[in-house]
Design a protein around this ligand. Structure first.
Ligand SMILES: NC(=O)c1ccc[n+]([C@@H]2O[C@H](COP(=O)([O-])OP(=O)(O)OC[C@H]3O[C@@H](n4cnc5c(N)ncnc54)[C@H](O)[C@@H]3O)[C@@H](O)[C@H]2O)c1
Length: 369
């Protein structure tokens, strides 16, 4: 049994805790920490009765084999480092840390400790998004040439005042939430060549940096990736969606519906992958649209993340998202922010881990945080 501690009992921790009982007896939540006693008590009573609770995580380290860290971003580096040094395995919520120096320090600390350091890019554990990645990489519906990802949310300071503070958040919407989708674009499309970011905090005045973000990137092989993310949506049609244009049709991922639909003007089931999907019960929506994938009703992505951590611990293998990979997505974001500031196209080549810079965070209006 892995004794799991939860450091931070806020929004994201709630998402983890609501499913973790299903993993007993392989994983048991034995410790909970939050500086806010009310949140601590509420997490303990609703999700982990019997777990030790404390407002100081240091007093709980002996009660765990592994911890999930779901804290404001400026705390990620110090807390994760201390947990690794105490011999614990760590699942650290994204983003890895707020500066490149901190990220590299954590990577070295994890290497030296021999413990697993997994990063919480939860979309990598969501079967719907995993399937889209498979279709792209396996060229199931032909060669991909454009992936567009939209995330439309309303996120204000009711989630925590630290969200509006760029020094605590580490950047804006792109750094905090868009890092998921930059990570996926790297995973799906390979090596980036160049790109641009434009952001605004119009519509989200509570954000010090951008609350709405647009990224356009070019990858090796002339593949294109686009990401639009906003925390200012007062309404939404697309919610979370991906449109992947391939040479045999458009694949539309609808996160809320849990579906991937193939849109294809050439009708008929002549395409081998479509034939196979139809044989497996794919739902025909019309002459030009077929639902080729539907998320299974069971399985919480956060549970899959924890299972991946436990498998990595038990099998001595790297986790699903390593800190090195997570750093690459942040390096792309820092280069995009930097180029936006200088009003140039960002050179995204050569993201190797040999570089070491500790850049300040520069906002889209030129302010240095
Ligand atoms: N993977 C996702 O889709 C996703 C979604 C939301 C948040 N997150 C990530 O989860 C992490 C937490 O975000 P959140 O939205 O849950 O924030 P939150 O503000 O809701 O929760 C953070 C919690 O940390 C507590 N805290 C602050 N300082 C502390 C300290 N020194 N010791 C112990 N507890 C302390 C706060 O009281 C709060 O309860 C961030 O890394 C965020 O990016 C991920």
């Amino acid at each position: 049994m892995i004794r799991l501690g939860m450091i931070g009992c806020g929004t994201m921790a709630g998402s983890f805790l609501s499913g973790l009982r299903e993993l007993e007896p392989r994983v048991k939540v034995t410790a909970l920490c939050d500086i806010d006693p009310k949140k601590l008590a509420s997490a303990a009573s609703s999700a982990a009765p019997g777990a030790r609770t404390d407002t100081d995580y240091r007093r709980l380290l002996g009660a765990c084999d592994a911890v999930v860290i779901a804290l404001p971003h400026d705390l990620h580096h110090a807390v994760a480092k201390e947990c690794l040094a105490a011999g614990l395995h760590v699942l650290l919520e994204k983003p890895l840390a707020n500066t490149e120096a901190q990220c590299l320090d954590l990577i070295r600390a994890a290497d030296a400790s021999g413990r697993v350091l997994a990063i919480g890019y939860v979309m990598r554990h969501d079967p719907l998004w995993v399937r889209m990645g498979q279709y792209i990489r396996e060229r199931t519906f032909g060669d991909v040439f454009q992936v567009s990802i939209w995330t439309e949310q309303f996120t204000d300071l009711s989630r925590g005042a630290w969200l509006g503070d760029a020094r605590r958040l580490g950047g804006g919407q792109l750094f905090s939430h868009g890092c998921h989708y930059i990570d996926l674009l790297l995973l799906w499309l390979g090596r980036p060549i160049d790109g641009t970011h434009t952001g605004t905090n119009r519509g989200t005045p509570w954000m010090a940096m951008e609350g709405t973000s647009n990224v356009a990137m070019r990858f090796e092989g002339d593949l294109l990736g686009y990401h639009f993310g906003t925390w200012g949506a007062r309404g939404s049609k697309l919610k979370y969606a991906v449109h992947t244009h391939c040479t045999e049709g458009l694949l539309e991922l609808d996160h809320a519906a849990g579906t991937i639909t193939l849109h294809r003007d050439a009708s008929g089931g002549d395409l081998p992958a479509l034939k196979a999907a139809l044989a497996n019960g794919a739902t025909v929506q019309g002459p030009h649209a077929t639902i080729v994938y539907q998320t299974p009703p069971t399985g919480k992505p956060t549970n899959a993340e924890v299972i991946d951590l436990v498998d990595a611990i038990e099998q001595g293998r790297p986790p699903g998202t390593t800190a090195r990979e997570a750093l690459q997505s942040l390096r792309v974001i820092w280069r995009l922010y930097d180029a936006e500031q200088r009003r140039v196209v960002a050179d995204l080549r050569g993201l190797g881990l040999d570089e070491f810079t500790d850049r300040p965070i520069v906002g889209s209006a030129g302010q240095v945080f």
